[in-house]
Design a protein around this ligand. Sequence first.
Ligand code: FES
Ligand SMILES: [Fe+2]
Length: 393
Amino acid sequence: MPAKNAAQWLEPPRVPETHYVSGAVYTDPAIFAEEREKIFFRTWRMACHESELPAPGDFRTYDHVGMPLVTVRGKDGRIRTFLNVCSHRGATLVQEIAGNVERFVCFYHLWAYDTAGTCIDIPREDGYAKTGLRKEDCGLREVRTETRLGLVFINMDDAAEPLADFLGPALDRFENVMSHGNLEVLHYSRQVLKANWKAWMETNVDAYHTFMHVGLRKTQVDTTRRITVYPNGHTGGGGQKMTYANYAGWANRDQSLALPGLDATEMRTVHLWPNALVLSRGTIIRLDTIVPIDIEHTVVEFRGLGMKGDTPEQRRQRNSHHNQFWGPLGRNIPEDAFAAEACAMTFGPGAARYQTIARQENLTAQDDAGLRNFYGEWSRRLGRPYHNPSNRT
Ligand code: FES
Ligand SMILES: [Fe+2]
């Protein structure tokens, strides 16, 4: 086929409208503002794993698309989340990234809150006697928090559907693997991408790019993959058997290290809409949380999950299994980051106008059904067709 002239380049691909995406979904500031309100402030976001908050008083702070949050295990054992904002004059309440507290004490005027978010101390409280301000009216703003299979999720929307309804059966393939309470986070890292948040989801939902990764080209046969499309934009995959020894310097994985319910050679994945991944490679689980900083910068948090109680040698091997593909210098993460940023570089200035998501292989192998499912939910939530998002539905 000949190269295209300028006008031809602007034409959409000659495939059904459901099979291509307009570049405006990455670059239009109005769309990004709507995503914040209609997606990130209304759907469930994976925040951390419960093993990161093992004891009463353990907390973690983090950003949710500009909203400062703190998740804490209360004295009663329950995990709750609050806006990390003091109700006195709005200062950031908790300054540390993680730690353990008896109670939260604001640095500014020393108002104090218990781990259930109740205001429990106001210095020289009688100074408010004439104005009617009462401690019991000064609690923190609680953010809905629910767990599934040890994964802690938050939702900014008090009226949102329960987590179980939102997830539906999407995590069922990890039921046996993650329900026993013996998993813990053994790896944490984070990376800032110069790319729109959706680019990281795409490069993970996209099964066709297996060929980009030398490590995958050598160790896995993609035609055995089976893809399951779930309601609410979630997609699952798996079935591939990995032959790690095909890669020079690597060995096949020993079944003695396999996680409960998994074969050590097996790959299993779930992409949770809008911004989380749960992936397993038999002996290790990877969790990604993808949160935009702005329209063209994204933070990806990576967690690796393994078994509690490993011997030092088992842990060394499990860490090695994690890092071969999923460490910051592994055979997947830097390559996927390069792909996401390479697309961002062209869509940002308007050089690229569309991307096609047109592969159909009956939900096997390298079908783009997961990408169409992701964008179908995006369109439903925003009321904008992804092939032409300026045309509201
Ligand atoms: S702003 Fe927190 S105590 Fe005043
Ligand atoms: Fe990849």
